[in-house]
Design a protein around this ligand. Structure first.
Ligand SMILES: Cc1ncc(COP(=O)(O)O)c(C=O)c1O
Length: 370
């Protein structure tokens, strides 16, 4: 046996993978309601499916770097194709940003809680993650984050709306980070659910350290197809190209994304479905004594069960075991451990989820009285 440790990067033990074990579980057990990874419950349209099938006929050819789709995306944001880098989902953008800026010991500033992959990919490069808890009202703690900046801060991540807490960062706060001149990733993965909220893409015309990422995994409903992109100044996009793996988007994902981009009505339908279901979940969960759902602008809802005397994990474990529903629990932060997150499902799934949680909270209350 080789002494692997002699050869491995010295920070390998601090690298933990993003666990996809639960995703393997739901693929193998179709009876489970998958309401835990912020997927869209609505499948791709017939037009997207047809585009993929047709593209498969060209599957013997290497894909190009998407000049047509980059032009379409650029037009949407009043930018040029040179401002667009396309990718295998926006997870690849997160990884690329870390690879471009982070060397061992460098710091990456993120809010807590947020999407876990930022920290995972920063650590994969030997980076140090500086995670600043959100405020008690779950908004960004901007002063605390600004205070946490050091000469070693190489990347700031602003997820807006933040996953899982649900709200957008106010513009004035965002600009305090932008004006620092430190590379900043503005992750707009969920923005398409609220097109009335202006994208921050326009900032890339003025600032060459700003990166705005988007994905087709959420409102477009193509998480399994894998397509995302980042918008940045052409100089910075040039560095992405230096670092990129060739053929990172397949002819299939390119065809799917292009077809989906042309279907504006379908996107509106999917966003409207999500937003109505989210309202339903908020309304119904608010009626359960002790539960506090925080209004969200994504396809998920963050709920605090502390006033019901329950931890998020108790609820998540219970509805999995008794009701076949998979939702997500969170490690405690700021001493609070009542949080869990529900991804919007189909209407039937949402009803089942509300009822399952209600049953559990009621039963626990009764048990405590006896
Ligand atoms: C905030 C945020 N960014 C990025 C992603 C990654 O999405 P994908 O790689 O599917 O584009 C997710 C997925 O949940 C997310 O929540």
């Amino acid at each position: 046996m080789a002494d692997l440790k002699r050869f491995l990067v010295p920070w390998i033990d601090q690298v933990k993978p993003y666990s996809t074990d639960d995703i393997s579980v739901v693929w193998s057990r179709p009876e489970l309601k998958r309401m835990f990874v912020n997927e869209n419950p609505l499948p791709p349209s017939e037009r997207v499916v047809k585009a993929v099938a047709e593209a498969a006929r060209l599957g013997n050819r290497y894909p190009d770097n998407g000049p047509r789709i980059r032009a379409k995306i650029a037009k949407k944001f009043d930018l040029t194709p040179e401002n667009v880098y396309i990718s295998h989902g926006s997870s690849e953008i997160i990884d690329m940003i870390m690879r471009l800026f982070v060397t061992p010991g460098d710091e990456v500033l993120i809010p807590n809680p947020t999407f876990s992959l930022y920290a995972i990919r920063a650590r994969a490069l030997g980076g140090k993650v500086v995670a600043v808890d959100v405020r008690p009202d779950l908004q960004y703690d901007t002063p605390a984050m600004l205070k946490a900046i050091t000469p070693r801060t190489k990347v700031i991540v602003i997820c807006t709306p933040n996953n899982p807490t649900g709200d957008f960062i106010p513009d004035a706060d965002l600009m305090k980070f932008v004006e620092l001149g430190v590379p900043i990733m503005i992750d707009e993965a969920y923005l398409e659910y609220h097109p009335e909220h202006e994208s921050k893409a326009g900032l890339v015309r003025k600032y060459d350290h700003v990166m705005v990422s988007h994905t087709f995994s959420k409102a477009y409903g193509m998480a399994g197809i894998r397509f995302g992109y980042v918008l940045a100044h052409e100089r910075l996009i040039g560095y992405f190209r230096n670092m990129q793996m060739p053929w990172n988007t397949s002819v299939l994902s390119l065809a799917a994304a292009e077809a989906a981009l042309d279907e504006e009505e379908e996107l509106k339908r999917k966003a409207a479905y999500n937003n109505a279901e989210l309202d339903y979940l908020v309304k119904e969960l608010s009626k359960i004594p002790g539960l506090k759902p925080y209004h969200s602008r994504g396809n998920y809802l963050f709920v605090d069960a502390a006033d019901a005397g329950l931890t998020g994990k108790e609820i998540v474990d219970h509805v999995f075991e008794k009701d076949n529903i998979m939702i997500k629990s969170y490690a405690s932060f700021s001493g609070r451990n009542g949080f869990f997150r529900i991804t919007v499902g189909t209407h039937e799934e949402n009803i089942a989820c509300v009822e399952a949680i209600k049953r559990y909270v009621d039963n626990r209350k009764k048990a405590n009285k006896n």
